[in-house]
Design a protein around this ligand. Sequence first.
Ligand SMILES: [Zn+2]
Length: 459
Amino acid sequence: MALINQDFRPQVKRSRHPMLRWAVFATASIVLGVVIAKTSSNSQTPDSLPSFKQVQPSQDEMARLSFELTLPELQAKQEILDDLNQEPVKQWKEFTVKSGDSLSKLFNRAGFKPLQLDEVMKSGAVAKKLTRIFPKDVVRILTDDQGVLQALRYEIDPETYLLVQREQGELVAKEYKHNIEARVAHAEGTIDTSLFAAANESGIPEKLIMELAGIFGWDIDFALDIRKDDSFKLLYEEMYRNGEKIKNGDILAAEFVNDGEVFRAVRYTNPETKRTEYYTPEGKSMRKEFLRTPVNFTRISSRFTTKRYHPILQRFRSHKGVDYAAKRGTPIRAAGDGKVIFKGKKGGYGRTLIVQHGSKYTTLYAHLNSYNKKMRVGKRVKQGQTVAYVGSSGLATGPHLHYEFRVNGVHRNPQTVKLPSSRPVPKKHLAAFEQTISPVLAQLDLLSRDTQVALAKTE
Ligand SMILES: [Zn+2]
């Protein structure tokens, strides 16, 4: 379990109503007890644990209540507080944004004067978020018995909310973070026809399965390599807000058994690069490396451009690759580990080879003189392996390699495209890496395929 947000910074403020603040905090504490306990276990200053005597209750707690309670519950609390303070009862109201609504329309509906809208918009920079409200969004508003706005709460996204509150007579807008908690969940499946069918059967969300396919996509072709009885299991995070699940988080660890071969991956943040990615249990990156240049060339005869003059076609056209001039017959190396998905003549490209790398990348090699004899569609290639030889087939003025690099089907400049790095976990961090992943892998080991599928079905 990891807490990704800790927003319990008790704010010490001048209090005009100590009694009210006291009561607010007391009620808030009941609701927040669990969350506080969890937060404190991670707290770096255990001596300053929130307690009734040490902490000055802040407006944050009322904000949280305004989120967690239903409207009648919230109103009941408000009445108790106002009564305690011998104040006229203030009223919480709830407004749901309708299609075509703006804040001014909503305010109109709520019976506010335009002046109050101005005041809200001037209450701080974050109040600008209210100009982008969406249908079905909920805005909660607190007014005093004169109908003057005292507070407004709006959920910006599942993790953040905006609170505009009257402080010493002036409206002040602030953004707050909810306490989001990650819990570990698991899922498993055995493939009968396809990965997606299996996921569907086990009740696993499609997004998680896409991520799973992405993690193993360098090793397994999920369209062609899948066999009946292949299986998978994964540990992933579920994000909870105040005890309520809001979404699935990241995959922490996963296993895929393809045709009897076991692939495993764990999520880890490299302490040096601060980049989080998936590694094998040995600390190798799940992503494979790319060569920047797949051929020993004499010069670059044409660069990547979206517009250039074509010497043979004698007109301007874009050049979505790089031309590397080299002697006829110079070996061309696969830019990365992958699989041949095309081999053959392709119009002006002449003899062409296309290699798929993982799920996102493809490289194309054109004007080839000839192919490595072993190459055929579906053939796995290793990075640096000779796949073909430089030539001038198709529309070419002289022997050169025309090389293209695509990311998600889009041409990118091979000379500048950010290539996925695949560095292993640095040696000096390997011990820490193993310490981090061993409990996760142990959890993965514990999963029993049959029981889990059953579990997923009953959920
Ligand atoms: Zn070219």
